[in-house]
Structures are given as structure tokens and as C-alpha cells.
Write a protein of this length. Structure first.
Lengths: 164, 164, 164, 164
């Protein structure tokens, strides 16, 4: 689709700021595997899944970008390498998605669902780990590609990002 | 929740810009009933469900607001009374939701789903007519209140908006 | 330039939320004259110059639109007819400008200057009453059209808006 | 002011996308000196002054962030290390400013002026090289700190950023 920007692939990791231990373990592995592949982790910059993904990527020397809702860069978690302060609240979700070549959703509340929907609208692949299932008028809607492990999620995300 | 602004209730009507005849008929009735109740129709300002809802509201002298993705007000459909040009693309979905006291979704593609998710995240009621069903990890998630008619959708939306 | 939207002209009135009595008197007359001309007042929805302009327009039955920085419509001043809640902070200035066919600046702090600059960048006329003068490298820059009265400011703004 | 985020200082370099040779030479030196100081260059990601600043920073191994108006990361100039795609048009100016601890303006058209105004409104230092002079009602307004060389501009910007 010609959306891929210069340099390494960018994979968004999205999920709740207040996450379960299981979600954080999965997100950390997702981030680590993205970093090992030489791709950039893009996220919302705060805690929970976002922080775990950044920690994972940083543990292998990866690059992490946090797109924050507030106007103060210091709200970023400690594993964000580049913090972008938007001051635009939930509208920053649009930027997380626009900056990514593909998206991995780990768990997720309604904010995560908004990012999933925005990514699908933009024609970007969304891989889900324990995340949302979509149906409309009672029929399932293809959209989120389910994965059963962090390894599978990242493998598929990188494939789809490169193909996009 | 103290979110209700001054004056009349504001109800967002969201749905696809390219809609089926059935969806447009439903959206027009939704708009008409909102207008009859003295509430304001808020929408994305373009065609399909958005246009039908505005046409319905205007047919009874109602007020219609279109929050456009582009920077040119003239892109609004002919039944938008107040057109707001954002120039922010999909981020205008955040504004549609923030401006509403409750949301009625008629049908819907992924853009509509993003608005549903943003509204639920903001704690606002979403009433669905032939719209999305949400589930996570295989279990249904309360969120979109299903309605079986335009009349029911508007009645519930107004109740929830007033109670919010 | 084909930017003019459907229906009446839209004139933004911009200026500080904490304004002097002189600025408020001028802004109220600006709003009143816009309303008398059948045009819509667009503003940032808060106090000071914004509130005075809305009060003036409402006093003659005019239409007023407030584009708010916060996510709560109830922050609008009492004379805003249509309040749009953006939740995007200063980025709402971009929307005020995009929605207007021409801009009248009354006084103004740095926020007002950002709106003046955005309007000039978009090729829209800006009329200034006791507002900013622009120069670059020591030389004046044509941009803000100075007016010496509210009457002159509105007359020029309507002319330029119609011509744009 | 507690606005400084984690890690290195972030300095925005703002200026026209279509710049003179003199402006590009100055911007490249500004970028190089920011990079030599271990600070991050933040910019709008496109050509002219933005590209020159990134090229300067990259020439000494510095970090460069481009906040793009469009939704496609590939529009970034070749010297942007981290490209953020916003899809929000001019509203991305708000993000450039929010992400910076201080701002250096090199030359500048109206878009640059909007960033200067937004930065001053946010209480951030703006250092100007051949840039805008501000006055209101005929009297100069303190705001842009004039510098006469790239070296001076960066020295003052780093001082102010650290002090903020």
C-alpha cells in the first residue's frame, strides 16, 4: 500500500494502561521480539501494556516511541526512548495508528478498541492477543487477526507490515 | 456525570458515509425523532447515515451540526446547519463523541466502531441499530445497547443523555 | 478560493479570555454587527473577547459557535449557541480558523497570535482591532489588516469573506 | 516549570519548508550544534529548514524527530530518524511545540509564526534567527529572543530549556 515509511518497520503495541500480569508478560515479549527484529515499537507512552512493550524492546537495545495524550513529555514511562507530547487527549490514538505499519493489540479496554478500529479503517493489519473479537449484526467481521502467542503475533505483524 | 452542556441535549448519530437504503431510512427516522425531541443532531457532516440523520432532523426544524474531517466547510451535506471544518481527518471522530451526550450508531464500518469505542471510553451511552457487537476473549462485553427500532434507539439515547 | 461553505458567512472573532473592558466593548459590537449581517460568529467558546462577541451576536438573534479546548461542552460561555467540545487543547485554534471565512482579532495574547498566523497561512483575511503587528527581519509584513473601529473591522471582514 | 521530560533536552527547530540558502545553512548549523550537545532535534519533518536541521544533527550522530502533517511516514525528509505521522495537518504544529523544551526559529513564514505563538503561550523560550519580531498596538512585545548566529541561538536555547 506504499504506507511504509523510511527505515525500519514501525509496529504499534496497544493495550490497557492498567493491565494484568499475564498481559504485561505478553506485551514485554512482544516488545522484545519487535526489538530483536530491528523494528521500532510505537505506543501510547504510558503504563501497563505500553510500558511492558517498551521495557521488552529496550532490553534488547530496541527503539521505542511513546505518543502521549498530555502536553508534558515527562509523563512517559521510563522505557520510552522518544516521547512525543501531543496535548490532544484521546486524539493521540489516531497518531499511534498513523505512525505504525502494523498493530499488535494485547488485551484491551475501549481505548484499545478505538485504535483497533482506526487501524482497520486505515487498512493496516491488527494482530490480537487476548483482545477484541468483532461482529456486526450477529456475524463475525474479519479484522483482528487472532494470535495465540507473542511470537506468533510479532511474526504475523512483521509480515503484514512489510507486505503493506 | 456532569458532562451535559448548556441548553438542549446533543445526540451524535454515527454510521457509514456509504450506507444501505435500510440504514438511511433508519438514520432519517433517528434524526427526525431527535429533532422532534428538541435535541441537537451531531454527526460527521458527510453523506450516508450522516446525511440521512441531518435530513430527518431538518424536516422537523431541528438543529444539525457536522464535524468534518477536512478543512473546507463546503464538504458538508446540504442538511448540516452548522458545519465545523477540522482539517484533522479521523481525529474529528474524537470531537463528534466529545460533543455528544449520547450516541446512536446506525450500521457502521470501522470508522463508526472507532467512535463507539471512544464514546464508551468516555462513559457515554451508545445505542446500536444493526451495528457492532463487542466481545473480548470470546465473551460478550456490555457496551453498545441494542435497539430494534429508530424509535427505541432515540428514546433510550435521550434517557441516557439526560441521566449522564 | 472556493473555501466558503454552504449558507451564511462564518466570521471568527478571536481574542483573549481575560480581556480589558475596552476589548470587551469592541468585541461585543463586532459580534453584534456580524449577527446583524446574518453571518455566524465562530469563536473559542470561553470568556473575555469570546464571550463578548457571542453576547453581541445573540443580542440581535445571531448564531454563535464555540469551539472549546476541553472535552466538556458545559465550559462554554452562556451566549454560545452551538458548543463543540474538542478535548484537544490549543489544537482547537486550528479548527476555529478552518471553520471561518475571515477572522477579526480583538486585542490578543499569544494564543490569538497563533490563530492569526494559522489564518494567514490558510489564505484567510485577518482584520485586527488593537491587535498584533507583524514584522520580520525588521520589515513590516502584510498580514493583519488594521481597523480603527468595530464597524470597519466587520465591514472589511464580510467583504473579504465573501470574496474569498 | 517541570516540563522537561526524561532524558536529553528536546529542541524544536522551526522554519519554512521552502527556505533560502542562507536559512538552510543556519538551520544545518543549528541542528549540528544541538546534536553535538546531546540534545534531540524536533521538527515538522519536511524540507527546507526542517531538513537542514535534521541533516546537521545526523552529521554528528544526533537524534532527529519529525512530526508530520500527513498520515504517511514516508513523507519525512531523509534525515529524520523517528517520523511520526499525525494526519492532522497544521494541528501538528501544536505537537512540535509541546514536545520541545525550547524552540529555535530560523526565518519563517506564517506556519512558523503559529509555532512561535504556541510556544510562547506554553511558556517555552523561543530563540529567533532572522525570524519574526512581535509588536502589539505599536509597542514591541517580549517574546522571541533574537540571536545573531546559530551558535548563539543554540547556546541560549539549551540554557533556557534546562532552566525551564
Amino acid at each position: 500500500m506504499g504506507m511504509t515509511g523510511p527505515g525500519p518497520l514501525h509496529i504499534a503495541v496497544i493495550g490497557p494502561g492498567h493491565a494484568t500480569v499475564e498481559e504485561c508478560v505478553a506485551a514485554e515479549e512482544v516488545g522484545r521480539r519487535i526489538g530483536e527484529a530491528g523494528a521500532v515499537v510505537v505506543c501510547g507512552g504510558l503504563g501497563g501494556v505500553m510500558e511492558a512493550a517498551c521495557r521488552g524492546a529496550k532490553s534488547v537495545g530496541g527503539t521505542t516511541v511513546g505518543i502521549l495524550p498530555g502536553a508534558d513529555r515527562s509523563a512517559a514511562n521510563d522505557h520510552v526512548g522518544i516521547a512525543v507530547a501531543t496535548g490532544m487527549g484521546e486524539a493521540r490514538n489516531v497518531i499511534v495508528v498513523a505512525t505504525a505499519d502494523a498493530v499488535v493489540a494485547v488485551g484491551g479496554e475501549f481505548g484499545t478498541l478505538s485504535e483497533i478500529a482506526l487501524a482497520l479503517r486505515a487498512g493496516k493489519a491488527v494482530i490480537g492477543l487476548h483482545s477484541w473479537d468483532l461482529s456486526r449484526r450477529g456475524a463475525p467481521v474479519d479484522g483482528v487477526v487472532p494470535a495465540t502467542s507473542a511470537e506468533e503475533a510479532v511474526t504475523v505483524a512483521l509480515e503484514r507490515a512489510g507486505a503493506s
